[in-house]
Design a protein around this ligand. Structure first.
Ligand code: PLP
Length: 310
């Protein structure tokens, strides 16, 4: 699909978007003010990355995206192959070799006067921008300082965390509180003494016996989380998906978080106290290394065709 003639290739260098059947430079992309995606956070989305010119686990992201849309009764009006084509074209237009690629379905807007969501025409959007890191290089090297928030994550009985959504007030409130006390980021609890997840990531703790534990309930089943589980299986590292108490996280030997926005990120302080010797731990480093090694594995990668006429 060729680039629209009205935009020069350079206009797309900061990113490219697909908005209502047109490709636009990211700076020019917008949605109507009255779209319930904006007015009500009424949307489902997913984020896949491109690393060194290849999508990582694209099929898994497409599958989760479709499931999130179905959960919120949002209509994804095209098959996975067509979604993939749009995503790839956004990346191609941008020319980015390392990109953060988002796909969204919003409720759109019902006819004027109606407040019936079933009457809305759902809208598909997508964009590709430069790769996003949850933490900067210094934080990634020294390990993140994590705060356990007093804010409870929205319970999954209200908004199912497994369906990827923009209900982020709890995550953002928690993050602001953590930044206020000098932490780098935050993990929210379930209101019953366990931690669940943070703004854009899952959490893992390595206990005294070397077992990696990650919360099983009340979390988005991150694709990076899944990759960690598979890496642990491959490396023979014990891993359990079960409740992780705040106390267990505070007393963990090591900890890390996982996200498409940065992969595996070591945690070296929780609530101001160092974990272990205060350095990124050996289990974390092994998982982190494997995560990036897997980016060269054809099982998980799909190369982007950057040919302009593709
Ligand atoms: N949890 C939440 C709330 C998220 O928003 C995200 C990603 O944005 C994750 C976990 C991590 O998911 P993934 O590894 O698929 O990026």
């Amino acid at each position: 699909m060729p680039a629209p003639h009205s935009h020069a290739a350079a206009d797309f260098a900061r990113g490219a978007a697909f908005v209502r059947d047109a490709y636009l430079p990211i700076d020019q992309a917008s949605i109507p003010l009255t779209d319930w995606g904006f007015l009500r956070s009424d949307a489902a989305y997913d984020v896949v990355t491109v690393w060194d010119g290849a999508f990582f686990r694209l099929d898994d992201h497409l599958q989760r995206f479709r499931a999130s849309c179905a959960h919120f009764r949002l209509r994804l009006d095209r098959p996975d192959a067509a979604v993939a084509q749009v995503l790839e074209h956004c990346v191609r237009l941008s020319g980015l070799r390392r990109a953060y690629v988002e796909m969204i379905v919003t409720r759109g807007q019902p006819p004027w006067g109606s407040r019936d969501p079933r009457q809305a025409v759902n809208q598909f959007y997508a964009f590709a921008v430069p790769y996003v890191w949850i933490a900067d290089e210094e934080q990634r090297t020294r390990g993140l300082h994590l705060q356990i928030s007093g804010v409870t994550r929205i319970p999954s009985s209200s908004v199912d965390a497994r369906a990827k959504n923009y209900h982020w007030h709890d995550l953002t409130s928690g993050l602001l509180g953590a930044l206020d006390v000098g932490a780098d980021t935050v993990v929210l609890g379930d209101g019953a003494g366990n931690v669940v997840e943070g703004p854009g990531f899952n959490v893992f703790a390595v206990g005294a016996d070397g077992t990696i534990v990650t919360p099983a309930q009340g979390v988005l089943e991150g694709i990076t989380r899944r990759t960690v589980i598979e890496i642990a299986q491959t490396l023979g590292l014990p891993l359990q998906q079960r409740a992780l108490s705040a106390a267990a996280l505070r007393s963990a030997r090591e900890a890390f978080i996982s996200s498409s926005a940065g992969g595996i990120l070591p945690v070296t302080r929780v609530d101001g106290q160092p974990l272990g010797d205060g350095q990124p731990g050996p289990v974390t480093r092994r998982v982190l290394q494997a995560y990036w090694d897997w980016h060269a594995d054809p099982r998980w990668c799909r190369r982007v065709d950057y040919t302009p006429s593709a």
